[in-house]
Write a protein that binds this ligand. Structure first.
Ligand code: PLP
Length: 899
């Protein structure tokens, strides 16, 4: 926009004399007027180039122009003359601040007078108007003045004494058609005084006296002085009657500007035009950059600004204040905190660039409800552009946006290097989309647990499309979240070297994450960029010493960050304990993944614990799918929650294992026994609960030989490539074992005895195939040989990846107790660790937040957090209990809800 520099005021400098008939002289343009502080009627006695400071309170004599500085001072007179000249004004007054100016103006009002004022005014203006309303008997109508017609119903001839306008508004940069409103009001209530706060524009960009305003005032603390080194207000007007009254008030209350500040303001105003030119042009660059990045930017210079046309009619520049939203208050705070060149400060108009959040700074004096009612977003950032090098300003802002996670590097960096991170957009959208108010779940502990598993048939083959049969074991991982309220996130893994780590939530590498919005699924492939960012930037320095804990911590942080949405970053501790042997092939990692995923989904409010159904123990009329052999649990976790948890647990499993089958986490979530066929090649994962599964007893024996699952899985794949025919034949054989086992397990006609003998035979067969695949181990063969001895005659197979880890031995119902104990003793003496367990128990469990004696259905109001039971904190005892005591203690904490 071409800035007009013409003034049509009567206070143009006299054109140079004499004017020749051959060469006409044009009136001086704005910047010339600004820089030229001559007053032909007040020549300095010594011809000083700069107006001196008359630092005196009194003047001697009785006949002089000045007697007392409250009433008049030569330095101030020079300033006022100068301001009048550049404002198209007949009168100008310099006072102690912008608010002092408004105070003087509003003293023109009497009790009973009515004011029509904008609804998006400077906070201090609002405060003064509220004071007048409460204490001065003045009636104030706040109106959205961006629509001129809104004013009309409030014009009350004879009563409407003043109309107070601001354009553009601060900080939303809304445009008010000052000219139209002035004309409308004058037509209907000619006695009303039209007042304009012109601070956002300065006389350089906008001179409302030229189109109908009676009084214009500026906080000269801003552009007019330009250096933030003084407080001042100026009032200009063309009406002699009004000017006379205001002069009287200023003299009476004594808030005229001091000589020294008058000198400074005069000095600053000389460079107004040149400063504004630079500031506006940079503001346009900044607004364009933010707009291009996808933020909602408020700046009248942008082509998409709704008030641009009106603004261009009434002003000759766009100013240097703009604002934008990020969709997330916490993110806005981080952006503001991350800038270096942009100073965090209220106010604007100085040569230095400033950044602020109006809701917590300049507009904090307006209460939150009013702010909300007036559409002032809590996440709004205001930028006030200075005269620094535009490149430096853009660069600093870009860095801050990146550091705060508001933008991210594009995959296609050809055109623009950065794009707005989906975080903010999706957060904003999600905030709107969340129909239910968000509950402060951080206030309570969440206690969750999930079982381990044994693969009864089909391990390894499952990776290649064969159906596996897996069942939950009666050994579980427990996870407990405890609120922290200090902006930190911490984990404690009691059974992995008692590992503990904590993070400042805001210092996590948020720039690297593109969270998964609610309702969407995590992409099939892990985000390696985020994994690298967490590994390199968030892990404790000595993390390499704890390889197992490292994987668990990485998976936990990855899920935490991926789930963060809507600006929520809960601060809590997550403690995990396990009654399962870790890394023995019994699904300890899957049960950890399920616990962590569940806890995080609860804390991120992505899943809900629904009101309890009627107090029946099993769903009405249906086969429960599995028998709760281990828990008197209530099947109250709906399938949708189970599915969501399972999906996220699988993501964690991928981080821990690279290419897991998904069977472990599925069993851990669903419990019972599952026939699982792996997803792949476009087909969905097939998972069928083996209904009517009969609980079986197994002896699980940990060989205590550590294994490398990834390597074992890769070994089978390599073998398949080398000898496809051999391996495919084995895979086919395993598939028929699985089919046979499924049939037997689900067959209601089959006697218990026949079932056990069938399973026994299938166990031996399956183990033989696993040996052929090369995944057994001497320790496993030793366990197998021991259990097969004549006195036991039991069938054993390796379970899981093999290469060490665990073996499973089917324990017949009729085995003599002393024989069983002897076997256990022998295994122990060979330094193995046997666990006698049943399989097919409950899956994921969540300790009901509603308490044992709470009503089954929580109250209907939306915030059920209030109806959550208050419990003794669990964490200390949770950590203290021995492994043997843990399950019983956990069970006795209240009512557990199961999938
Ligand atoms: N009007 C506007 C638009 C302002 O932004 C301000 C101050 O920020 C004022 C008036 C008040 O000015 P002062 O702080 O000089 O009293």
């Amino acid at each position: 926009m071409a800035v007009s520099t013409k003034l049509n005021g009567a206070h143009d400098l006299p054109t140079p004399d004499p004017e020749s008939p051959y060469r006409s002289r044009k009136p001086y343009r704005f910047s010339t007027l600004c820089a030229t502080v001559d007053n032909p009627f007040a020549k300095d006695q010594y011809g000083s180039s700069s107006v001196p400071i008359y630092q005196t309170a009194t003047f001697k004599g009785v006949a002089g122009e000045y007697d007392y500085s409250r009433s008049g001072n030569p330095t101030r007179s020079h300033l006022e003359h100068h301001i009048a000249k550049i404002s198209s004004a007949g009168h100008a007054f310099a006072v102690s601040s912008g608010m002092a100016a408004l105070d003087i103006i509003t003293r023109l009002l009497k009790p009973g007078d009515e004011i029509i004022a904008g609804d998006d005014l400077y906070g201090g203006t609002n405060r003064l108007l509220t004071y007048l309303k409460t204490n001065g008997g003045v009636i104030v109508h706040h109106v959205d003045t961006t629509v001129p017609e809104n004013i009309l119903p409030h014009i009350n001839p004879g009563k409407t004494a003043m109309v107070l306008l601001e354009s553009p508004t601060n900080p939303l940069l809304k445009i008010v058609d000052l000219a139209k409103i002035a004309a409308d009001v004058k037509e209907r209530a000619p006695e009303a005084i039209i007042v304009v706060d012109n601070t956002m524009m300065s006389p350089y960009c906008q001179r409302p006296l030229e189109y109908g305003a009676d009084i214009v005032y500026d906080s000269a603390t801003k552009y007019l002085s330009g250096h933030h080194d003084l407080m001042a207000g100026i009032i200009t007007c063309n009406r002699d009657d009004v000017a006379k009254q205001m002069a009287f008030i200023i003299n009476s209350v004594g808030n005229a500007l001091t000589p020294f500040d008058s000198f400074l303001l005069l000095r600053g105003s000389k460079t107004l035009a040149i400063r504004m030119d630079r500031q506006q042009s940079t503001a346009m660059h900044v607004a364009t950059m933010l707009d291009r990045l996808g933020f909602k930017v408020n700046y009248p210079g942008l082509p998409n600004h709704p008030g641009r046309e009106v603004h261009e009619r009434i002003a000759s520049g766009y100013g240097a204040v703009l604002s934008f939203t990020t969709g997330d208050k916490a993110m806005s705070e981080r952006i503001v905190g991350a800038t270096r060149l942009w100073g965090i400060s209220v106010s604007f108009g100085a040569v230095n660039s400033l950044i602020s959040m109006p809701c917590v700074m300049s507009h904090a004096s307006i209460d939150a409800a009013t702010r909300a009612a007036r559409g002032l977003p809590e996440d709004l950032i205001r930028l006030c552009v200075g005269i620094e090098d535009p490149e430096d300003l853009l660069d600093d802002l870009e860095h801050a946006l990146l550091e705060a996670g508001a933008i991210t590097v594009t995959a296609n960096a050809d055109e623009h290097q950065y794009v707005r991170a989906t975080t903010s957009i999706s957060r904003a959208v999600e905030k709107l989309a969340v129909s239910e108010p968000r509950r402060p779940r951080e206030r309570r502990e969440w206690f969750v647990s999930a079982p381990g598993k044994v693969i009864l048939f089909g391990e390894h083959a499952v990776v290649h499309g064969v159906t596996a049969v897996a069942a939950s074991v009666d050994l579980r991982c427990y996870g407990l979240t405890t609120p922290r309220h200090d902006g930190k996130l911490s984990v404690k893994f009691c059974d992995i070297d008692d590992f503990y780590a904590e993070w400042d939530v805001d210092l996590l590498p948020w720039d690297a994450v593109t969270p998964v919005s609610i309702g969407e699924e995590h992409p099939e492939v892990l985000d390696q960029g985020l994994i690298d960012a967490i590994s390199n930037r968030a892990m404790p320095a000595d993390m390499e010493k704890y390889p197992k804990a490292k994987g668990a911590a990485l998976a936990f942080l990855y899920l935490y960050m991926m789930m963060a949405h809507g600006g929520e970053r809960p601060s809590f501790n997550f403690t995990a304990r396990s009654t399962l042997p870790i890394g023995a092939g019994l699904g300890s990692s899957a049960s950890f993944s399920v616990c962590a995923a569940t806890a995080l989904l609860l804390l991120h409010q992505r899943i809900d614990i629904p009101p309890l159904p009627a107090p029946t123990r099993e769903p009405a009329g249906g086969d429960p799918g599995h028998v709760h052999v281990s828990h008197q649990g209530r099947r109250a976790i709906p399938p949708s929650v189970a599915e969501e948890t399972n999906r996220w647990a699988f993501v964690a499993e991928k981080i821990l294992h690279g290419n897991p089958s998904g069977v472990d986490n599925s069993v851990s979530v669903y419990g019972g026994a599952l026939a699982y066929t792996r997803a792949g090649f476009g087909k969905k994962s097939g998972m069928e609960q083996i209904s009517g599964f009969k609980s079986l007893r197994f002896l699980l024996t940990d060989s205590k030989v550590p294994r490398d699952t990834k390597k074992l899985v890769a070994g089978v794949s390599e073998k398949k490539e080398r000898e496809p025919e051999v391996v495919n034949a084995i895979l086919e054989a395993i598939q028929s074992i699985s089919n046979e086992a499924r049939r037997a397990l689900a067959d209601p006609e089959l006697s218990r005895e026949s079932l056990l003998s069938a399973i026994s035979a299938l166990i031996d067969e399956n183990h033989a195939h696993l040996v052929s695949l090369g995944v057994s181990h001497a320790s496993l063969e030793a366990i197998r040989a021991k259990t097969a001895r004549d006195m036991y005659k039991l069938s054993t197979k390796l379970t899981g990846a093999g290469g060490g880890g665990c073996a499973v031995t089917l324990v017949p119902d009729d085995i003599r107790e002393d024989v069983l104990q002897q076997l256990i003793a022998e295994l122990l003496s060979d330094n193995f660790q046997p666990y006698l367990t049943s399989v097919g128990g409950s899956g994921l469990g969540i300790l009901s937040p509603y308490g044992l004696n709470a009503p089954f259905t929580p109250p209907a109001e939306t915030d059920t957090s209030e109806s959550y039971v208050t419990r003794e904190p669990l964490r200390a005892t949770f950590q203290e209990k021995t492994g043997a005591e843990l399950s019983e203690w956990a069970e006795s904490r209240g009512r557990w809800l199961y999938v």
